[in-house]
Design a protein. Structure first.
Length: 341
């Protein structure tokens, strides 16, 4: 069975309903993330995003991330795609342009990949977005397109009714609200989830460097933590997937929706979510065959997800909440990151 494929072939096959129930206990929110590549892959920075065929008013043009602009181009081609349709179009765009990176979709819930992709729920809930674009200006490994990605994604979200933004960039033009330091990114997570409730539509976009480091607490079956890299990483270190899970994923309540586009290297499981689909040709063919037969095609279980760790962490944060409220729960989840600063 292909990696990240739906259907049979994983160790939880006989009790998928039980796994889904326990995962929902650990992660109540409806979290869905599209990454530009698998954990073992790198994600490209493109010199001229006009290659993607986007309209001139879609963004500033110039350099940009391959994942961000493949996503925007796919949504331009079909504004109301299925998950399979969106991932297939992104994959085709990247492949046609000569990029080998394979998008992945991870989720907190078992998802019908032939169902609709939507970034907002029905109703009048909040529509908030945290956007981070880091070019690492003047540093080794400087990028060129990440701030452009941030601008383009803001335009995309504004067209879809989002109006409450927090934007972190390292430009000198005053586009962002603040600099994307490690502390400010964490505070951005806190801002995004604070006051979240059922019916809200949240969005997180990250364009910058990503990394893969040795797991430091034994909860990764592959022995590695995936990371995002703040502009001041030399001082504060990298932000590990565990920290993202604790600060952005686990605080969300039931029926609150968070959608994320992660345009960075090694990002396939950077949210540590229970379900994972790899959008390679074989897996997409399987999903499309199921659709042609009128069948659903659910996202498979992420074999690297540690359910016991997630349940234990959720209990710790809940106990902290009972004793000290929301801030105490967040601090319980984030104490490891701030201890390293």
């Amino acid at each position: 069975m292909e990696e990240g494929a739906g259907g049979k072939g994983n160790e939880f096959e006989e009790d998928q309903d039980g796994f889904a129930e326990k995962s929902a206990q650990a992660i109540p929110g409806d979290v869905r993330m599209i990454s530009g590549c698998k954990d073992a892959q790198t994600s490209a920075d493109v010199s001229n995003v006009q290659q993607f065929g986007l309209p001139e008013d879609a963004g500033p043009g110039g350099a940009g991330g391959a994942c961000t602009n493949a996503f925007l181009a796919a949504m331009e081609q079909n504004p109301n795609p299925s998950w399979t349709g969106l991932l297939r179009t992104m994959r085709n765009i990247l492949s046609d342009m000569g990029y080998s990176q394979i998008p992945e979709m991870s989720a907190s819930r078992r998802t019908d990949l032939n169902g609709p992709f939507e970034i907002q729920t029905e109703g009048d809930g909040q529509k908030k977005a945290l956007i981070v674009g880091i070019n690492y200006v003047g540093q080794q490994g400087e990028l060129r397109g990440c701030i452009n990605d941030a601008k383009s994604m803001k335009n995309f979200l504004e067209e879809r009714g989002f109006s409450d933004f927090r934007i972190l960039t390292d430009d000198d033009e005053g586009f962002g609200d603040d600099v994307p330091t490690g502390e400010n990114i964490i505070r951005g997570f806190n801002w995004l989830v604070e006051g979240a409730s059922a019916g809200d539509s949240l969005f997180f976009h990250y364009s910058g460097h990503g990394g893969s480091v040795r797991d430091d607490d034994g909860n990764e079956k592959d022995g590695k933590d995936e990371t995002i890299i703040p502009v001041d990483y030399r001082e504060c270190g990298q932000i590990r997937d565990d920290t993202i899970m604790k600060s952005l994923v686990m605080p969300l309540p039931d029926d609150c929706q968070l959608t994320s586009i992660m345009d960075c290297c090694h990002s396939g499981t950077v949210f540590d979510l229970p379900y994972l689909f790899t959008a390679n040709d074989d897996n997409l063919d399987g999903a499309e065959e199921a659709e042609g037969n009128g069948e659903s095609f659910t996202s498979p279980i992420n074999g690297n997800f540690d359910l016991n760790f997630a349940l234990k962490l959720g209990m710790q944060m809940f106990q902290a909440f009972q004793e000290g409220g929301y801030e105490a729960a967040l601090q319980a989840g984030l104490s490891g990151f701030f201890a390293n600063m």
